[in-house]
Write a protein that binds this ligand. Structure first.
Ligand code: FE
Ligand code: FE
Ligand code: ZN
Length: 285
């Protein structure tokens, strides 16, 4: 099993790998800078070759990059859309530079426009950026459907993919909290959801999994992550997906060796449960 969590890039890629190792992880996910902005350190300062030596020693691989939230390819505003395509192109370069094959991207939010507009605009943006020789996958994330988010249904993701020219470069990042919040009953009917996904998008598109509990009931469209199997005594709140459901996802044959990334909450500024959560998932208890 390849399991890890989101880790910080403040100490470069080496710091990120060391943090992942401290949790007992064998993969990890990074934002190449703050998720909310486009300020990025020069690639030369990220200690990439040192990081790869460390990762090789400790069997850490298949790392994932998450694009910042401010990239909104669905925006009708030229400035927002142009910033999104320009920055996405730069993030592709940074993803390559850190040796990752997976760049996770939130498809976008259509704001004052409508769903069809959003889908077409996202495809337009991807077509501006994707080239036939791209060596990595842009992994569109399944979304919870809060506000005007595109990508809350498998059909929406499929229609984006259908409109992208080099769509063999598009993968999917399947987020358990988001699909549950979007109304897919992965707690009680995981195989039904996966079969449905396979019919509409194709399981061959699945590249990355985000393994999160949800603080809200199925279909709530909130996107608030819970700790794996948390009960009502957890300071962040109860997990409506539950441990058994998340174990079934993590140990499902469609996951195999693909990266499973935790984005579960920290209890306070210094306490996170990543290590315990990963152990629980690995050992299946
Ligand atoms: Fe995400
Ligand atoms: Fe996610
Ligand atoms: Zn989320």
């Amino acid at each position: 099993m390849r399991i890890g969590s989101h880790v910080s890039m403040s100490g470069g890629l080496l710091g990120a790998a060391e943090e992942a190792y401290s949790y007992g992880a064998n993969t990890f996910m990074i934002y190449t800078g703050a998720p909310q902005n486009t300020i990025r350190k020069p690639i030369e300062s990220l200690k990439i070759s040192e990081a790869y030596m460390f990762m090789k020693e400790h069997d850490i691989s298949d790392i994932v990059v998450h694009a910042p939230y401010i990239i909104n390819l669905a925006s009708f505003k030229p400035t927002t859309f142009n910033l999104a395509t320009t920055f996405l192109a730069k993030e592709i370069e940074r993803t390559k530079a850190v040796g990752s094959n997976y760049l996770v991207l939130h498809p976008g939010s259509y704001t004052e426009k409508n769903l069809d507009y959003g889908i077409a605009r996202i495809a337009e943006g991807l077509n501006e950026v994707l080239t036939s020789d791209l060596e990595l996958f842009i992994c569109l994330e399944t979304m919870a459907g809060k506000g005007s988010e595109v990508g809350k249904t498998f059909e929406e993701l499929a229609s984006i993919i259908e409109k992208v020219k080099y769509n063999e470069k598009i993968g999917i990042c399947f987020d358990t909290c988001h699909t549950h919040d979007a109304g897919y009953d992965i707690a009680n009917d995981l195989d039904g959801v996966i079969n449905n996904f396979d019919k509409i998008v194709g399981v061959n598109k699945l590249k990355v999994f985000h393994l999160n509990g949800s603080l809200n009931p199925n279909g709530a469209r909130k996107d608030r992550h819970a700790n794996i199997g948390a009960d009502q005594n957890n300071p962040k709140g109860k997990d409506y997906l539950g441990k058994d459901a998340l174990l079934r996802v993590a140990h499902h044959s469609i996951v195999g060796e693909k990266p499973l990334i935790l984005e579960t909450p920290w209890l306070d500024a210094t306490t996170n449960l990543y290590k315990q959560e990963m152990e629980m998932i690995r050992n299946g208890i």
